[in-house]
Every structure is written in structure tokens, then in C-alpha cells.
Design a binder for this molecule. Sequence first.
Ligand SMILES: C[S@@+](CC[C@H](N)C(=O)[O-])C[C@H]1O[C@@H](n2cnc3c(N)ncnc32)[C@H](O)[C@@H]1O
Length: 230
Amino acid sequence: MNEELHSKRRLYGRAAGKPLSKRQTGRIETLLPQLAVPETEKGALEPLSLFDGKAHEAWLEIGFGGGEHLAGQAAKNSDIGIIGAEPFLEGVAKLLSEIEERQLANVRVRRGDARELVDQLAAKSVDRVFILFPDPWPKTRHRKRRLIQPDFVGDLARVMKPGARVRFATDWADYAERALADFLRDGRFAWQAERAGDWRAPPADHVTTRYQEKRLGDCEPVFLDFVFRG
Ligand SMILES: C[S@@+](CC[C@H](N)C(=O)[O-])C[C@H]1O[C@@H](n2cnc3c(N)ncnc32)[C@H](O)[C@@H]1O
């Protein structure tokens, strides 16, 4: 069955790759159901409720890839609940192995389209969002496939608490420019950079991602941090 058909919106990119190892399959079958973020009606999902009262903030990572950033943040911030959304099965399996090895109790996972998850989240329920090195779709005719579009910026704004933060990173110059323009055009996101070094240097709390290390883009990595004014 084509897994993309589950999504109301079209998902571009891979949902599955190489066959999983036996251990990875085991984690998908047993650990994923324990950590999975349930599907809900639009606007009904209260993210903090997924963490049994043990988290005082809810963070969201969209397209976590192999999960190294998400697991790194979860390990450093045990009092924060972090939800990751990723359609790619192998990436989910990698995150699950990190969760198991590092005994992370503060991670929940949605295998699927982050746009659907964002629709389901309650208004003003998220404290922080990470969108790190999303698929660049560099060809002009493929730009509509990019995750960051004005509508999606509006969807994120609905679920963010006033004062919540977003970090967007890319190593494609055109995507950086357009994403910056989309966030600023919305009018509710304040870009935190004061000088060039603020967006050129990885922020102090950043955890390097696998895609970032590949250096596939046409510029040095750019990190755009915004505060949602509400
Ligand atoms: C270029 S990779 C970067 C992965 C990771 N953030 C990193 O930096 O290594 C982009 C990831 O976004 C995921 N992705 C694409 N569309 C998505 C969507 N609508 N919702 C959630 N994840 C998505 C892809 O499956 C892929 O793993």
C-alpha cells in the first residue's frame, strides 16, 4: 500500500528505505506503540498530557531524520517533553534506538506528516519548534514541496504559546531567504539575530544533525531563531 495515501496532503520524499534489522523491527513493533502520539481531532491534542505531568514545556521537532538532535535535546532537557514527527521509517527506528540506549523518558513520536500533527495540536500548546535542514527541493518547479510555506507558518503560529521559540536551519541560500521572508511576513515572529554571526554560527544549544554534516547545500548552514510574539 502506498503510505502517502494516508495523508490528506501529499508527502514528498521517502517513507521507507532499506529493510530494517530485526532489532529495529522489534522496536517499531513494541516501543513505538508505547511512545506514539495518538491521532486526534483537529486542535484536540494537548502535548503536555502525553508526558504524565513530568514535563513543564512541550517542544516539537519536525522531520527529525535520524533523531540525533532530538535525542540530544531530550538528554539535556529531561524536564521538557519533546515530540518528534517523521514519516521515514528508518529514521523513526534510529530515534527509537537512541531512546532505548539513552533511556530517554521524555520523547514521544509521530510517525507521519508533521503538518497533520500540527493540525491536531491544541492552540497555544507548544513552547518550542525545531525545523532543521528540511528537504530543500532546490529546483524552482519543486519549491511548492517545501515544508515552509506561508500557510504552514500560520498553522505553527496557531499552536505556539506567546513567547515560544522556533529554530529553522538550512544550508540552501534560497530556502533561508524565503523561509525568513515567510516568518517575517506573518508579522508575529520576531527574528532574534542582531548581527551576521547570530545566524551563521550554530547556536550554543544546537546539536549537529546528520544531514547538516553532509554539507549538500549551496551555502554554509544558516540558523534562524524566532520568538513568537502571539
Ligand atoms: C533533509 S532531511 C533532514 C533530517 C534531519 N532534520 C537532519 O538535519 O539530519 C528532512 C527530513 O524531513 C522529513 N520530512 C519531510 N516532510 C515531512 C513532513 N511533512 N513532516 C515531517 N517530516 C518530514 C524527511 O522524511 C526527512 O527525514
